[in-house]
Design a protein around this ligand. Structure first.
Ligand code: PNS
Length: 157
């Protein structure tokens, strides 16, 4: 059985994240989406809210679990007996950042990272732009699942 860990801040989960979750669910037996408890920046949504939102947007997928975590992603992956870490990449700048993290994580424990190129239809979406657009009153319903759009509306009212 191939278990992979899909880590991120997911503040909030976007249609780009859902694309990666769906493709992981098709490729691997079990996918553990790992929501980082303390991202470097102050998150808009709490860890419990982000875990709840990721659960809502992956409810249609078999074999996908969602957990919050603190600490190193490699230790979380080891504790779940994961074969690999999976990340989505939207373009060259993401690749540079992901390449460095993948190399560091491999150096730390030997775990490999599988990089999934974002689907062109969602490759321009980022959680930070979604937050900014929502904060400024713009429409985000084509960028995030309906449950996330509703949560953003409620949070920013
Ligand atoms: O969605 P993001 O913010 O791009 O995700 C970044 C994340 C959470 C995957 C990364 O910051 C991470 O792995 N954090 C956990 C702490 C850790 O393991 N840091 C060392 C990475 S080499």
């Amino acid at each position: 059985m191939t278990v992979v860990v899909c880590p991120g801040s997911f503040d909030p989960p976007t249609n780009g994240h859902v694309d990666v979750f769906e493709r992981c669910a098709a490729l691997f037996d079990r996918v553990v989406v790992a929501v980082v408890a303390n991202p470097s920046k102050q998150p808009l949504f709490s860890i419990d809210e982000r875990v709840g939102l990721v659960r809502a947007v992956t409810a249609h997928l078999d074999g996908v679990d969602v957990e919050g975590f603190e600490g190193l992603v490699v230790e979380f992956a080891r504790s779940r007996q994961a074969t690999a870490i999976v990340k989505g990449v939207r373009g060259p700048s993401d690749f540079d950042y992901e390449w460095q993290m993948a190399s560091m994580n491999n150096h730390l424990t030997g775990i490999d990272t599988v990089l999934v190129p974002a689907a062109p239809a969602v490759s321009f979406i980022s959680a930070s732009l979604v937050r900014e657009i929502a904060r400024l009153g713009g429409a985000v319903d084509t960028l995030v699942p309906a449950a996330v759009a509703a949560a953003l509306k409620e949070k920013l009212q």
